[in-house]
Design a protein around this ligand. Structure first.
Ligand SMILES: Nc1ncnc2c1ncn2[C@@H]1O[C@H](COP(=O)(O)OP(=O)(O)O)[C@@H](O)[C@H]1O
Ligand SMILES: [Mg+2]
Length: 139
């Protein structure tokens, strides 16, 4: 939540999301897949509103006190995002789970499941992820 934008000072005052970064807690969490489910729900909310994050990694997710996931670091984000931009978000997240969180078995799959349950256009976005991967392979 943005509280204030001061054009003169060039400052933005915004809500501090209290809690650890998902990156730091997910591997040693009691139930990592529960966090993954919550990540899927949170990304679905963002994407359903046509917002792409632009740097969708677990370093930019805060595990809030109530267990929900909050996003920070929207500097690469955009509104009115198309399927391609949303696909790039999901592709980055998949890569994060195959590298930084490779010990979380089925982590990305769990995210995709809850994402699909909560995002009407999930299929189009996930199909696009496959296209993006194909492209990456040949460039
Ligand atoms: N706990 C937080 N709550 C709200 N906003 C935050 C929080 N932590 C960081 N931010 C915002 O996200 C921006 C980027 O933070 P961070 O992702 O930690 O840095 P970077 O990825 O650039 O190294 C910060 O400038 C700040 O505006
Ligand atoms: Mg960041």
């Amino acid at each position: 939540m943005i509280y204030d934008i001061d054009m003169q000072k060039g400052s933005i005052t915004m809500e501090l999301l209290e809690g650890p970064k998902a990156k730091d807690v997910i591997d040693s969490a009691e139930d990592p897949l529960e966090i993954c489910g919550k990540i899927g729900i949170a990304v679905a909310k963002l994407h359903s509103a046509g917002i792409c994050h632009g740097d969708l990694t677990t370093s930019n997710m805060i595990v809030c006190k109530d267990g929900s996931i909050g996003f920070i670091d929207f500097s690469m984000g955009d509104i009115g995002a198309d399927t391609e931009a949303l696909g790039v978000d999901m592709h980055l997240l998949e890569r994060a789970f195959s590298s930084a969180h490779s010990s979380v078995v089925n982590g990305y799959e769990t995210i995709v499941e809850s994402y699909s349950d909560n995002m009407p256009d999930a299929k189009a976005v996930l199909d696009r992820v496959e296209v993006i991967k194909g492209r990456a392979r040949y460039t």
